[in-house]
Ligand binder design. Structure first.
Ligand code: NAD
Ligand code: DAU
Length: 341
């Protein structure tokens, strides 16, 4: 059956991968992307989607209730998937306010419009960071959907606040929502401020590779397409009010990731530079994906060895995409964060 899906934040990393995934998987669906194009949103990312008659782009801020209402009234979506967010922990440490505006108030505003217009389904894209972190010396521990919320950074606190609002709307208003909490994604169109693209791009440019603290922090990496598949399964399942953890059982330390990238690009490990640690730095994330596996049959299909190979090749083959980004406003951010641009 033909459906219309509104994807907020669809000009960013995961949202754009989701747009492409949906256009291919559901060629009869209409996909409407709502994105206000912050520093992290890039219209060139959607260049191919814009050629598809089933795709439409609207430059809009999710906090702009009136304009969102007018668009949603016109489009009458069957499903709204909310990816729009400020997503970078380091930026949230420097300037938390916008994280509350977009991630908390923006989510609330979207839900209010959906309630008013009786939109049948809302999906909130959340993160495993809402659970805080796990100790490095307890590899037997994982985040389950029952793990308590224990956010560490202004970013994760804002995402946790949004989750609590979604669950409160579900209980109080019978709001038709679901939530997914995913681990670290990697793949094409990942903004260069994040670990994997930053290391690939710096290594290619023979620049220092800034590893925070001792580099032993662990993340659970998932190829972005597997995240998109999980969301597609969730939004096509009738169960409402569910929270699903999404992760790949693929834990790696930051230092091991950086060393692997250096090796794959045939560069020297001398580029690796240990720098001051991130404030409040979470030690380890690890997802237990049993629920989504058992209820929806999801599993991570891309092995890390293949995913990282594809990702590195994508950055090698799409230099224009990231060269444009790193030569713009990003230079100021990089200088403030890491010193010389
Ligand atoms: P991103 O920063 O690459 O993209 C965010 C997008 O949202 C950008 O296109 C930006 O322009 C847009 N946006 C920001 N504020 C907006 C606003 N007020 N109105 C409209 N659009 C706005 O982020 P990402 O890494 O693709 O993450 C997408 C979502 O997935 C976020 O909600 C994030 O919390 C969540 N998430 C990310 C990861 C990860 O590893 N990157 C893992 C789990 C969950
Ligand atoms: O777990 C899901 C989360 O993953 C998402 O909710 C966030 O939106 C996403 O940004 C990501 O958060 P992290 O903080 O884990 O990702 P980041 O790429 O910023 O950092 C990954 C790890 O690498 C972290 O331990 C910090 C470290 N790091 C990062 C950068 C940018 C470095 O050591 N050096 C760096 O230069």
């Amino acid at each position: 059956m033909q459906k219309t899906v509104i994807v907020t934040g669809g000009a960013g990393f995961i949202g754009s991968n989701f747009v492409y995934y949906m256009l291919e998987k559901h060629p009869d669906y209409k996909i409407v992307c709502v994105d206000c194009l912050t520093y992290a949103g890039n219209l060139s990312t959607l260049k191919e989607a814009l050629k598809n008659p089933n795709f439409r782009f609207e430059k809009l801020n999710i906090c702009d209730r009136e304009k969102i209402k007018s668009l949603f009234s016109e489009v009458k979506p069957d499903i709204v998937v909310n990816f729009a967010a400020e997503s970078h922990v380091d930026r949230s440490i420097k300037n938390p306010e916008i994280f509350i505006d977009t991630n908390v108030k923006g989510t609330q505003s979207l839900m209010d419009v959906c309630r008013e217009l009786n939109i049948p389904r809302f999906h909130q894209v959340s993160t495993d960071e809402v659970y805080g972190d796990l100790p490095l010396d307890r590899p037997d521990l994982f985040f389950t959907e029952e793990t308590s919320i224990h956010a560490s950074s202004p970013y994760s606190a804002s995402k946790a606040s949004a989750d609590l609002l979604v669950l409160a709307y579900r209980r109080t208003f019978d709001f038709p929502a679901t939530i997914s909490r995913c681990s670290n994604n990697y793949g094409p169109y990942h903004f260069p401020e994040k670990l994997i693209p930053l290391m690939i791009i710096n290594a290619l440019n023979d620049k220092p590779l800034p590893v925070y603290g001792d580099g032993k922090n662990v993340r659970d990496w998932l190829y972005v397409e597997d995240h998109c598949k999980a969301i597609d399964l969730i939004i096509h399942d009738d169960r409402l009010g569910e929270v699903y953890n999404v992760g790949g059982h693929n834990e790696m330390s930051n230092l091991d990731i950086v060393k692997l990238i250096v090796k794959k690009l045939d560069k020297s490990e001398d580029l690796i530079t240990f720098v001051e640690d991130r404030k409040g730095h979470d030690r380890r994330y690890a997802i237990d994906p049993t629920k989504i596996k058992e209820k929806l049959g999801w599993f991570p299909e891309t092995k890390f060895a293949d995913g990282i190979e594809k990702t590195i090749n994508w950055y090698l083959n799409n230099k224009q995409w990231w060269e444009e980004i790193i030569s713009g406003e990003y230079r100021n951010y990089y200088k403030k964060m890491h010193g010389e641009a």
